[in-house]
Design a binder for this molecule. Structure first.
Ligand SMILES: Nc1ncnc2c1ncn2[C@@H]1O[C@H](COP(=O)(O)OP(=O)(O)OP(=O)(O)O)[C@@H](O)[C@H]1O
Length: 254
């Protein structure tokens, strides 16, 4: 399923947080969003998810203007894992993940064994099965993050939006989540700070000062010049001597 931002802009308290972004995410593509702190990545994700209304411009979901779509229909299509997302409820991990099924339940659609299986599968995919009956409040930051991702997977979205999903995760779980995301046969937009992790995306969008300033393959976008101009660091692209994969090495600009 495709997702398109057309001349998308967002202002808050007369300040432009996002300006004139044109961007199309292709079906089944993993698009990475990179950019300095405060550049507008989370703002763009919230607009793409339909959580915030754009000040101007539009979001198109498979050619349909999102403004005319009912909230429930959007929730059946798009799942978002926000940064520092929390649930205030006194519920178990399994119950929190089961909330992902909400858009599919209704007066004519009771909770079913299939919903149970979907929730169990989502918990297993993020390695949270053993913690399923624990209280949400007892989880560590990384465990909560994984449970949020499981909730999004339980939604069985066709588009998944992830805001720095590897924050709080140990390196083993970072790699596990990134591999999981890569293998999902759906459209994914993922904001990442780790530029080495961003190298594994199909394409990267660079956001700086609320504007989209580059959109291309990772190796083209993460050029020495771009990294110096946007992130203010000196970078070298090396090759792993074993597999030949690209690896970025950084140092401060003098
Ligand atoms: N609720 C808000 N009220 C006022 N300003 C906000 C609000 N949310 C975000 N901003 C501002 O909007 C700008 C863009 O923020 P955003 O969270 O989109 O950036 P980001 O690229 O996701 O940053 P980070 O990498 O630090 O997570 C920042 O300057 C931020 O301070």
């Amino acid at each position: 399923m495709s997702l398109r931002a057309e001349n998308l802009g967002f202002q808050m308290a007369r300040r432009a947080l996002l300006e004139a972004v044109d961007l199309e995410v292709m079906p089944a593509e993993t698009l990475g969003l990179v950019g300095p702190n405060g550049s507008g990545k989370s703002t763009l994700l919230r607009l793409l998810a339909g959580l915030w209304r754009p000040t101007y411009g539009r979001v198109w979901l498979d050619g349909r203007d999102m403004r005319g779509m009912p909230r429930r229909e959007i929730a059946r299509t798009i799942a978002m894992v926000a940064q520092q997302a929390d649930t205030g409820e006194r519920i178990s991990v399994r119950q929190a993940v089961a909330l992902g099924r909400t858009p599919f339940l209704g007066p004519l659609q009771d909770w079913s064994a299939q919903d149970d299986a979907i929730v169990a599968d989502a918990l297993a995919r993020v390695g949270m099965t053993a913690l399923a009956e624990r209280s949400w409040h007892s989880l560590s930051g990384g465990e909560r993050q994984r449970a949020h991702i499981a909730r999004a997977l339980a939604q069985q979205p066709r588009i998944l939006l992830l805001d720095e999903p590897t924050n709080h995760l140990d390196i083993r779980h970072q790699l596990r989540i990134l591999q999981l995301v890569r293998e999902l046969p759906i459209t994914v937009v993922i904001a990442l700070h780790d530029l080495n992790q961003a190298l594994s995306c199909d394409r990267l969008a660079v956001i700086d000062g609320g504007r989209l300033i580059a959109l291309d393959t990772p190796e083209k976008v993460l050029s020495v010049e771009q990294l110096r101009d946007t992130f203010g660091v000196h970078a070298r692209l090396l090759r792993d001597p074993q597999g030949g994969e690209p690896v970025l090495h950084f140092r401060q600009l003098r």
